[in-house]
Ligand binder design. Structure first.
Ligand code: 5GP
Length: 120
């Protein structure tokens, strides 16, 4: 089920460094760290440091347009940093049908192997 908009998630603890993560990129707006259950040789999560109501993409408002674009741009920056010049995939899982498990919007950056389509 979908938690309430102000329920904290595990990502708050990762942002605050209360639990460790393998950070690959950080600035004042976003954090990128390795997924604890990687689905490919490279599997990185890119998240806004301030959730600001953005539990899931379906909750996006006009005020989120700038951070949404920035997250996607940082996905490209990190893909280059990871050496994924042959290609990669970015995914946002939204809501129950989209298999979202953490309600703090995040982009999955996945690569380092051949991806398949359709994803299933
Ligand atoms: P979702 O299913 O919501 O799209 O993706 C959540 C992702 O967060 C999953 O791929 C899961 O492996 C990852 N994840 C959950 N808890 C942790 C954690 O404590 N540390 C890290 N690095 N990743 C986590």
């Amino acid at each position: 089920a979908e938690p309430s908009d102000d329920a904290p998630t595990i990502f708050d603890k990762i942002i605050n460094k209360e639990i460790p993560s393998k950070v690959v990129y950080e600035d004042d707006k976003v954090l990128a760290f390795r997924d604890i259950t990687p689905q490919a040789p490279t599997h990185i999560l890119i998240i806004p440091k301030v959730r600001d109501g953005l539990t899931r993409l379906a909750k996006a408002d006009e005020k989120h347009i700038e951070i949404l674009g920035y997250l996607l741009y940082i996905a490209k920056v990190v893909a280059k940093q990871e050496g994924l010049e042959d290609g990669f995939r970015v995914v946002i899982n939204d809501g129950p049908s989209g298999c979202q498990s953490v309600y703090h919007l995040h982009i999955h950056l996945v690569g380092g192997r051949q991806m398949n389509w359709p994803p299933g």
